[in-house]
Design a protein around this ligand. Structure first.
Ligand code: ADP
Ligand code: MG
Length: 323
């Protein structure tokens, strides 16, 4: 059982950023309005994620760490129809298999909170403790029991940069949640949660980009998009600035990159790429659900339709603008 969990954990948990991703998504699923992420040593020795969400009832705590136990889910087909980000119930069991986990959680219904510890898949005890409503996860010494995996980690600086990147992407996908990121006791990011995407773009990307944005807003039946695209003057030399989310998920898709770039072609020099921050809502029937959710790659049932919709939307936004 233990070995199986350790192996399975490798699919979901590759590095500190994967732990932070899973914990942050759980906080979002728990309807938190404020989440704090703190890491030390790139997250290798210490990760703490605190939310003010619904909390976990005492009886449910050990269950949450069982493999394939989820309170959300249902089937893989539901991946893009259910509103929650988690669905397979693998994250907590995987994290607990390869780290030293401490959980403090309290629901608004119960008078006291609980503290639960689990290391390498072994329970280390549960006790009542005073706590605010919500949940705190602490993960210490990731891969302490799988030295080979630990050796594959990069330096704390590199791992920390991956975490920072991930937290920024999630903050940008949820302007309605106040997200704070603390790295080695320093405040790195703090979004207000006031729904203003532009504020977050400013916080993450700075003034030059924020001053050169074109708003995009299209509402259709099967396809809607909200967000911003950058004027060609802020073109970049790589694709890292082409951000988009589908139904709340940060994903990568060749088709969408190509569609965006095609629309920009008349305005761009070769080997230059635009800034975009687009939130798509696409009917699940257009999405190929046969994806690995941690890989963030997505295929479409009807790629040509999606290509055309994205290209035309971006082209339209670029038309008649002072570029
Ligand atoms: P999944 O998110 O796929 O359901 P996880 O392993 O990530 O699976 O979490 C297992 C369960 O633990 C969740 O379904 C949820 O009920 C509970 N849980 C995890 N994190 C939180 C949290 N921050 N707040 C409330 N409940 C949580
Ligand atoms: Mg989850």
């Amino acid at each position: 059982q233990n070995t199986i969990n350790k192996i399975a954990a490798g699919e979901v948990i590759e590095r500190p950023a994967s732990v932070v991703k899973e914990l942050l998504e759980n906080a979002i699923d728990a309807k938190a309005t404020a989440v704090t992420v703190e890491i030390r040593e790139g997250g290798i020795s210490f990760i703490r994620v605190t939310d003010n969400g619904c909390g976990i009832e005492k009886d449910e705590i050990p269950l949450a760490f069982l493999r394939h136990s989820t309170s959300k889910i249902q089937s893989v087909e539901d991946l893009f129809t259910v509103s929650s980000l988690g669905f397979r119930g693998e994250a907590l069991s995987s994290i607990a298999a390869v780290g030293q986990v401490e959980l403090i959680t309290k629901t608004s219904r119960s008078l006291t909170g609980n503290r639960y510890q689990i290391e390498g898949g072994q329970e280390r005890g549960m006790e009542e403790i005073g706590a605010p409503d919500g949940t705190t996860f602490i993960v210490r010494n990731l891969f302490y029991n799988t030295p080979v995996r630990r050796k594959f980690l990069k330096t704390p600086m590199t791992e920390g940069a991956h975490v920072a990147d991930l937290v920024e992407k999630i903050a940008l996908s949820h302007p309605e949640i106040s997200i704070r990121f603390i790295q080695n006791n320093q405040n790195k990011l703090h979004t207000s949660g006031n729904h203003n995407l532009k504020d977050i773009i400013y916080t993450v990307y700075g003034r030059e980009i924020t001053a050169n944005l074109i708003p995009v807003s299209v509402t259709g039946e099967a396809f809607s998009v909200e967000g911003f695209i950058g004027k060609p003057v802020i073109a970049r030399s790589n694709r890292n600035f082409e951000n988009y989310y589908i139904n709340g998920r940060y994903i990568k898709s060749n088709i969408i990159n190509k569609a965006i770039e095609e629309a920009y072609k008349p305005f761009m020099m070769q080997h230059k790429y635009p800034f975009t921050m687009l939130h798509f809502k696409i009917e699940p029937e257009f999405l190929d659900v046969n994806v690995h959710p941690t890989k963030m790659e997505l295929r479409f049932q009807n790629g040509e339709n999606v290509f055309r919709m994205v290209r035309d939307t971006v082209a339209e936004a670029l038309r008649h603008k002072e570029l």
